[in-house]
Design a protein around this ligand. Structure first.
Ligand SMILES: NC(=O)C1=CN([C@@H]2O[C@H](COP(=O)(O)OP(=O)(O)OC[C@H]3O[C@@H](n4cnc5c(N)ncnc54)[C@H](O)[C@@H]3O)[C@@H](O)[C@H]2O)C=CC1
Ligand SMILES: O=C([O-])CC(=O)C(=O)O
Length: 317
């Protein structure tokens, strides 16, 4: 039995993500939870002829508990998205409480699950999940992930749009967090190797760091990236399942994790059945990338402290 759970399953990300998870044949049970519409989404997906049995839950009648119980993997896209003019940090006011409450449910009903956090601001919502799990004595740093895969996906697409290479074949490590300057593309490590001018590197770096803004602007008040995020979330989920269920070795995915996941530190992950097996080092980064790192650290620290303080300063648990 492999149970996957989507919290926020009726939303712009939640629905296509649930569809893509329903197509993943490793999953045998798919539980969809939201404060609205999740039974309808579940009924719809349940007609697709893949193995996963799909169930939908709303808050009444222990909905969250029933959705979470027995979970192997939990993905969280619950919460409000940005509108033009907002930063991801502006979402903290609403989403911090939502993520805290869902994390509390996870601590109580699925303490051994892999937890994948999509809700923004990721730089702060991941620390919120970590602190809630710690308070309940069930935190395993190898099992909590901030999903930054959309940055990796964008990096491949934007790189190939300049070089003309096939986007599926381009791998770009993107490390750090998930907002603006905390997103650090390591373009010197693109595989296969690409030669770019400094101007191209600067432009590409900016585009990857602020890719989310392009979608927010184009959607013009109707939200942020949903379909590309669903694909990215399903890809990361699939990597976790391939490592932890199928036992595939050597899977490497960038993600935003607690450094205790591997005491040696670094930032690209290598996953095994226990979750994070090793955090790879940043490798040979150049002067430009060192500057990006320097710019990212203070903002990341502020974002992390904000999440940690939110739980420490007496949010109800
Ligand atoms: N990590 C990343 O790369 C990305 C993150 N995001 C973030 O993902 C989040 C969701 O975005 P969208 O799906 O576009 O928003 P949306 O508004 O379309 O969907 C959010 C869903 O969450 C549900 N929800 C609200 N409170 C809930 C609760 N307490 N429990 C369960 N469900 C709850 C809503 O009913 C809604 O169905 C936003 O915070 C957005 O910023 C968006 C794109 C990329
Ligand atoms: O930009 C946003 O608010 C949504 C997001 O995280 C992204 O698209 O990378």
């Amino acid at each position: 039995m492999v149970k996957a759970v989507v919290l926020g399953a009726a939303g712009g990300i939640g629905q296509p993500l649930s569809l893509l998870l329903k197509l993943n044949e490793v999953i045998t049970e798919l539980a969809l939870y939201d404060i609205v519409n999740s039974p309808g989404v579940a009924a719809d997906l349940s007609h697709i002829n893949t193995p996963a049995k799909v169930t939908g839950y709303l808050p009444p009648n222990d909905g969250l508990k029933n959705a979470l119980t027995g979970a192997h993997l939990i993905v969280i896209p619950a919460g409000v998205p940005r509108k033009p003019g907002m930063t991801r940090d502006d979402l903290f006011k609403i989403n911090a409480g939502i993520v805290r409450d869902l994390a509390t449910g996870i601590a109580q009903h699925a303490p051994n699950a892999y937890v994948l956090v999509i809700s923004n601001p990721v730089n702060s919502t991941v620390p919120i999940v970590v602190e809630v799990l710690k308070k309940h004595g069930v935190f395993d740093p190898k099992k909590v992930f901030g999903v930054t895969t959309l940055d990796v996906v964008r990096a491949s697409t934007f790189t190939s749009s300049i070089s003309g290479s096939a986007p599926q074949g381009v791998r770009v490590p993107v490390v750090g967090g998930h907002s603006g300057v905390t997103i650090i593309p390591l373009l010197s490590q693109i595989s296969p190797r690409h030669e770019f001018t400094h101007e191209q590197i600067e432009a590409l770096t900016k585009r990857i760091q602020f890719g989310g803004d392009e979608v927010v602007k184009a959607k013009d008040g109707a939200g942020s990236a949903t379909l590309s995020m669903a694909q990215a979330g399903a890809r990361f989920s699939s990597s976790i399942l391939n490592a932890t269920v199928k036992g595939e070795a050597g899977i490497v995915e960038p993600s935003y994790v607690h450094l205790d996941a591997d005491k040696e530190g670094g930032s690209q992950l290598r996953k095994t059945p226990s979750g994070v097996a090793k955090i790879n080092s940043l490798g040979d980064i150049n002067e430009y990338e060192k500057k990006l790192l320097e710019a990212a650290i203070p903002e990341l620290r502020t974002n992390i402290n904000k999440g940690v303080s939110f739980i420490a300063d007496g949010s109800k648990l």
